[in-house]
Design a protein around this ligand. Structure first.
Ligand code: HEC
Ligand code: HEC
Ligand code: HEC
Ligand code: HEC
Length: 339
């Protein structure tokens, strides 16, 4: 009986593993063991999810501008009538293909701003321009469109909310710091389950390694290190890569031994923080209660919002080349130029 049970348990344990063969790709210098391991079947499914929808043919830049043609155009005023309509149709397929124009518009009056979705969408156009023009050190010329995050649905597949503190037992043993509650955001590990509030909203220090041989001077605690590991676990999962994609694990803190992707990731952390503080949080009042988290906060961006399990969103396929109107200049920069 015992043997039967053991057999059953080991079969169950094996069923949770991914079956071979696996592919491994050399990433760092030879001999450093910095390989990336992929399951070719999972890659195939990922590949299909990262196709980009075909772009409508470009519209001519002639005739009166949208700012003249329509009553309440605050951001896209410089587009020609044809370009404006092409973008509206594309935005519909990227965000609300089933609901159509009325997801953002009052059909009796397209100039009306009464639906929150339209107010949010206007700010999202500005945010997209800002990413493409001011965060080139992360998104390069590949850039992003609404589709990068939305993929045909109003709420992107991966967003995050703040989580409630969970006390141990009857509270007198203190706060669990989000530990030992397996959560998808940290790949079901027992690491702190909200590594986003400190790092992608706040500006807490991610670096925890001491840089002296003796434990003198390093004031970072084990608890702080666990928050860092929580964030790193999300970053690996969000991009579908191992730690070695950005680190030579001989010395995690060392930048000289790290692949260049780590620098791109460094900028990505700052970009996500910036988008959350300057765009998402100020929109909180616009969103209805059912779109907010249990603490009343707005949905926010992390690495997975754009990457969705790929080392580059959409495996590096660029859509902005077909939508130059989403390239910028960023509204902020245009304002600075005016001053
Ligand atoms: C995801 C939200 C969204 C969807 C879907 C959408 N629009 Fe819009 N639409 C907007 C925003 C935002 C503006 C304002 C742009 C600005 O201020 O620069 C706008 C403005 C307009 C205007 C100008 C109205 C005026 O007089 O000021 C027209 C016309 C328009 N849209 C047509 C359409 C059509 C047709 C569709 C469907 C094919 C559509 N829109 C789908 C968000 C959307
Ligand atoms: C960096 C990722 C990102 C990009 C790029 C992006 N969005 Fe969003 N968008 C979000 C997040 C996060 C939310 C909040 C989700 C929610 O509604 O709860 C959101 C919400 C929205 C909503 C509200 C939907 C709802 O039902 O609540 C609309 C409309 C929208 N975006 C339109 C756009 C448009 C139009 C573009 C392109 C011009 C765009 N977004 C680009 C991340 C993005
Ligand atoms: C996509 C790139 C990327 C991946 C994948 C990644 N890291 Fe990091 N890691 C970084 C960056 C960038 C920093 C520096 C952050 C900063 O200083 O703002 C960092 C910092 C760290 C630090 C702190 C080093 C110090 O200076 O004290 C540790 C520890 C660490 N990572 C461990 C890991 C582990 C473990 C994994 C796998 C679970 C991992 N990382 C996966 C990019 C990455
Ligand atoms: C607004 C969307 C967006 C968000 C949010 C985002 N990224 Fe990216 N990321 C991109 C795009 C687009 C590229 C492709 C740039 C290119 O083609 O070189 C990219 C590229 C990268 C690369 C380079 C991959 C390579 O093989 O060269 C790394 C590493 C990376 N991102 C890490 C992160 C991390 C870590 C986060 C979260 C802290 C993050 N990204 C958040 C859009 C995003």
């Amino acid at each position: 009986m015992k043997r039967m049970l053991a057999l059953l348990l080991s079969t169950l344990a094996l069923a949770a593993c991914e079956r071979p063969p696996m592919d491994s790709v050399q990433h760092g210098f030879r001999g450093t063991g910095m390989a990336q391991i992929y399951n070719p079947r999972a890659v195939e499914a990922q590949e299909a999810r990262n196709e980009v929808p075909p772009a409508l043919p470009a519209a001519p830049d002639e005739g009166p501008k949208a700012g003249k043609l329509y009553k309440n155009v605050k951001v896209l005023g410089d587009l020609s009538g044809g370009q404006f309509t092409r973008l509206m149709v594309s935005m519909t397929t990227w965000i609300a293909p089933e609901q159509g124009c009325n997801y953002c518009h009052n059909p009796a009056n397209f100039a009306d701003d009464s639906l929150y979705t339209k107010v949010v969408a206007r700010r999202m156009i500005e945010m997209t321009r800002y990413i493409n023009s001011d965060w080139k050190n992360h998104v390069a010329e590949t850039g992003v469109t609404c589709y990068t995050c939305h993929r045909g649905q109003p709420v992107p597949a991966q967003v995050w909310f703040r989580k409630k503190d969970e006390p141990y037992g009857s509270n007198f043993m203190g706060d669990k710091a989000g530990q030992n509650t397996p959560d998808r955001d940290v790949n079901l590990s027992s690491l702190p389950y909200d590594p986003f509030t400190p790092f992608l909203l706040g500006n807490e220090n991610i670096r925890v390694n001491g840089n002296t041989a003796l434990p003198t001077g390093n004031r970072q605690s084990i608890k702080q290190a666990e928050w860092t590991y929580g964030l790193m676990t999300h970053m690996s999962q969000g991009l579908g890569v191992n730690c070695t994609y950005c680190h030579n694990t001989r010395a995690f803190a060392n930048w000289e031994g790290s692949p260049p992707q780590r620098v791109t990731a460094w900028h990505g952390i700052r970009m996500a923080r910036d988008l959350n503080n300057d765009y998402m949080v100020p929109l909180t009042e616009q969103f209805p209660a059912h779109r907010k988290g249990e603490l009343g906060d707005v949905a926010k961006v992390n690495c997975g919002t754009c990457h969705q399990g790929a080392y580059k969103p959409l495996y590096g396929r660029s859509m902005v080349a077909d939508f130059p109107e989403l390239k910028g200049p960023s509204p902020e920069r245009a304002q600075v130029a005016k001053r």
